[in-house]
Design a protein around this ligand. Structure first.
Ligand code: PHE
Length: 457
């Protein structure tokens, strides 16, 4: 195919550029919208403890494996698997990743669009009169029932994503990440300080820090494991694609560690910012997905300075979603550029538009298509379930098996060593641990998550 075309592959301008772009991919709706509510539903601190273990023993090892495959081959997921195995089966596994990226982008952009729309609502002051979650929930429904609102903001968000990816790796993705990630961290710290200084914040902290082990059910462990994948953007080749723009002298284990720490800290800080405020305003922490869009507007309306903090919060959420969405689109673009010989610009316009069109039924699931179900789920919930609960764990499982058993550790380690010579010489136990986790722990545990997703466990 076109994999060795004359156009030179772009690379990150700096190590920091890669770390910020990859952390940008990892930090998204998963950290700020999903993590707080699943922690809230599953008992807070005890769940967080289990989640941290999952991140360490599965998330970090699989992240290293993905970035390594990308850097070694300098290809998109399909090309990466093909180059290392020469097998149509494994190339198809890469194809599954590209498909997953596309599917996730289509519904992810719907929720990200709400977030963008909520910046506008916050500026208009729409939240100021809410005193009860019921009223705020009704307002949310009135917005999502409005087809023009929901499809309009989907289009706006997809347009922004396309705009960034259009400019390429360095001038688009890297530059955007270098601006947006520091901004995200600053806003998050402001919100955390606001939360911590509210009277009654200690109850929120206690909820996050004092474990109640009775909540740690097998189900909660599987949720934590599944989320570890989603939050680190694993299992579909986003990190592989970003790794493919790396050069050989970067230290992969080190970079992966920094990405994991950033992702985890940001999820925890978001949890602190949100739960201190929720408890201080005597709201319920365990309301599920509505925590951000129903509960928080009420929290802001009751809080001194809430007008500004509401605007900041939804800017934060939108930035986080945007740096993730560009990594999803980039997987698709890299595939069409590397394998099919497309021009980046044409690919971005074409597949951004297609992702927007595929996103429309997800958007309509909240209004005119709410009665349309597949396996008992509406379209949005179905594609979310398919991607997050089936495709990502399946991808992660196959990637671990591939690196451990097909490509083989000898070859993997030769490539991992580039840029990490000191780590290999001085702390080889870290590398040895990575091997054991990828070979045994990851496949077995991920397999359990999959069985759970399809209802066998
Ligand atoms: N990691 C992103 C989040 O936490 C979601 C994502 C998944 C992005 C897979 C890219 C690939 O929101």
């Amino acid at each position: 195919m076109h994999s060795d075309k004359s156009v030179k592959r772009e690379h990150w301008g700096s190590k920091l550029g890669f770390i910020l772009a990859a952390a940008g991919s990892a930090v998204g709706l998963g950290n700020i919208w999903k993590f707080p509510y699943i922690a809230g539903e599953n008992g807070g601190a005890a769940f967080i403890f289990v989640y941290l273990i999952c991140i360490a023993i599965i998330g970090l090892p699989v992240l290293i494996a993905e970035v390594l495959m990308g850097r070694t081959t300098q290809r998109n997921p399909v090309g990466a698997f093909r180059k290392l195995s020469n097998s149509p089966f494994w190339s198809a596994v890469g194809g599954l990743g590209v498909l997953a990226g596309f599917v996730i982008l289509s519904f992810y952009a719907v929720v990200a669009g709400w977030s963008f729309g909520y910046i506008v609502e916050a500026i208009k002051g729409s939240f100021s009169s809410f005193t009860k979650v019921g009223a705020s929930g009704d307002y949310f429904s009135s917005l999502t029932n409005n087809i023009v609102w929901i499809v309009g903001y989907l289009a706006v968000f997809m347009g922004l994503t396309m705009l960034i990816v259009y400019f390429g790796v360095q001038k688009g993705i890297e530059r955007a990440s270098k601006i947006m990630m520091p901004l995200l961290i600053i806003i998050l710290l402001i919100l955390m300080i606001r939360g911590l200084t509210l009277p009654g914040a200690d109850k929120g902290l206690e909820f996050l820090l004092k474990p109640d082990w009775s909540h740690v059910t097998p189900q909660a462990i599987l949720i934590a494991l599944g989320h570890a994948f989603f939050t680190l953007s694993l299992g579909m080749g986003a990190m592989m694609t970003y790794g493919s723009y790396m050069s050989k002298d970067d230290n992969i284990p080190n970079a992966a560690f920094q990405i994991v720490i950033l992702d985890t800290l940001i999820a925890l800080i978001a949890g602190i910012a949100i739960f201190t405020a929720v408890f201080a305003m005597s709201e319920n922490p365990a309301v599920g997905p509505g925590l951000i869009f129903h509960t928080l507007p009420v929290v802001f309306s009751k809080m001194a300075g809430g007008y500004i903090f509401a605007i900041l919060f939804f800017i934060l959420l939108t930035i986080a979603a945007l740096t993730s969405a560009i990594s999803l689109l980039e997987v698709v673009i890299a595939y069409f550029v590397d394998e099919r010989g497309w021009q980046r610009h044409n690919a971005v316009i074409t597949f951004g538009l297609v992702a927007f069109i595929v996103g429309i039924p997800s958007a309509l699931s909240f209004n005119v298509m709410s009665d349309f179900t597949i396996f008992g789920l509406n379209f949005f919930d179905f594609v979310d379930f398919l991607a997050s609960n089936i495709l990502l764990p399946l991808g992660g499982l196959l990637i671990s098996i591939f690196v451990a058993w097909v490509w083989g550790f000898d070859k993997a380690l030769i490539n991992l060593k580039y840029g990490a010579e000191r780590l290999f010489d001085n702390h080889f136990w870290i590398i040895a641990t990575w091997k054991v986790f990828i070979k045994y722990f990851a496949p077995v545990l991920i397999f359990l998550v999959l069985l759970n997703s399809i209802g066998i466990l």
